[in-house]
Design a protein around this ligand. Structure first.
Ligand SMILES: [Zn+2]
Length: 183
């Protein structure tokens, strides 16, 4: 059966690839393998062929702190976004979803998700590949978006175009190449 990956999943993975072009893809995944298809999983195509999950290898930068930071930003985005395109996130033995309003909970599945993190997407996101406003992926957080809008209204048009250009992807705002030293 032919399958297609949720547009939101494609977009999120592209933003991650833009910010971490050198990242390992060893534990990346989208379409479920035989083991997945034996059980219910967003990695399996639904009746219309939609796959609504991606796995991203956990070694993004030089150390795992950076991965934990990014997963945390994805979780916060999922919580605050008005349009709910993300349905849950799993990483390092924890899961966050609308249950308990996106608080981390212990993940009891057989795979603790240490080698990769998992993001599942809602049906709403199938055709919606719009940009994810996630700070480490070149986006703004909610507060700076509000400031940006206010600034944009007051600024002359040449400055406004600068603002919009800075939001098109990972340029200088994200942590590409920067390393956080382990305490
Ligand atoms: Zn997965």
């Amino acid at each position: 059966m032919s399958w297609k990956l949720s547009r939101a999943a494609v977009q999120l993975r592209e933003q991650i690839d833009d910010c971490y072009p050198e990242r390992s893809r060893k534990s990346d995944g989208a379409l479920g393998d035989a083991r997945h298809s034996a059980r219910k999983s967003d990695h399996n195509p639904d009746a219309n062929g939609w796959v609504r999950a991606i796995d991203i290898t956990a070694t993004l930068g030089d150390n795992l702190d950076e991965t934990a930071d990014l997963v945390e930003q994805i979780r916060k985005y999922a919580k605050r976004a008005k349009r709910k395109r993300i349905s849950y996130v799993i990483y390092n033995g924890r899961i966050a979803s609308p249950i308990l309003n996106w608080k981390w909970r212990k993940y009891r599945g057989s795979n603790p998700h240490k080698a990769h993190f998992h993001v599942s997407f809602t049906q709403l996101a199938d055709e919606d590949g719009s940009f994810f406003e996630i700070p480490m992926l070149g986006g703004n957080d909610e507060r700076s978006q509000e400031n940006g809008r206010k600034l944009g209204e007051d600024l002359p048009s040449d400055r406004t175009s600068d603002l919009s250009r800075s939001r098109t992807g990972c340029r200088c705002d994200c942590k590409c190449g920067s390393s956080i030293s382990l305490a």
